[in-house]
Ligand binder design. Structure first.
Ligand SMILES: Nc1ncnc2c1ncn2[C@@H]1O[C@H](COP(=O)(O)OP(=O)(O)O)[C@@H](O)[C@H]1O
Ligand SMILES: [Mg+2]
Length: 140
């Protein structure tokens, strides 16, 4: 049923739970593809060179580290793992990829690294749930 999974990670505890759930779904459902996505924040161009490139590389490297540890956490799955590290707004990146890869399930955490305590859903998860082209599994 869920052949093409899209898993969104940001290095948070909730995303770790989402990662474990996505791996379990892939194993139980015999999914064909698990696409891992992490978006890193856009850097304002007025920062100027060489600081701009330095800041971009820093964020990209950090995102790649989070991605690598998620791949480790996923462990053995019967499908191909594809990783996307993309600059941009997390919800927009997630929705864009769900569209272009024709994902049939998005798996993400209920909250992330944001500091607004008390909210049930974070800003990215709220936006994805409202605009996703496919079912969304929000993991607490
Ligand atoms: N930069 C990001 N790249 C990919 N996924 C993200 C990113 N930020 C958040 N997510 C996903 O969205 C979930 C909820 O995070 P978010 O809505 O940003 O909550 P908060 O507002 O608490 O930071 C995370 O657990 C993760 O699955
Ligand atoms: Mg966040």
């Amino acid at each position: 049923m869920f052949e093409k999974l899209l898993l969104a990670v940001d290095g948070s505890e909730h995303a770790l739970h989402a990662t474990r759930k996505a791996a379990e779904i892939a194993r139980r459902m015999g999914s064909r593809e698990l696409c891992l996505v992490i978006a890193y924040e856009m850097i304002p161009p007025y920062l100027g060179e060489p600081n701009l490139q330095f800041a971009i590389n820093n964020r990209k490297n950090y995102a790649e580290e989070i991605c690598a540890s998620a791949i480790k956490e996923i462990g053995d799955v019967p499908c191909e793992i594809h990783a996307e590290v993309v600059e941009g707004d997390p919800a927009e990146v997630i929705i864009g990829l769900a569209n272009s890869r024709k994902s049939d399930l998005i798996v993400m955490g209920s909250r992330g690294l944001g500091r607004l305590a008390g909210l049930v859903l974070g800003s990215a998860s709220q936006k994805v749930v409202s605009h996703a082209p496919c079912p969304v599994l929000i993991v607490r």
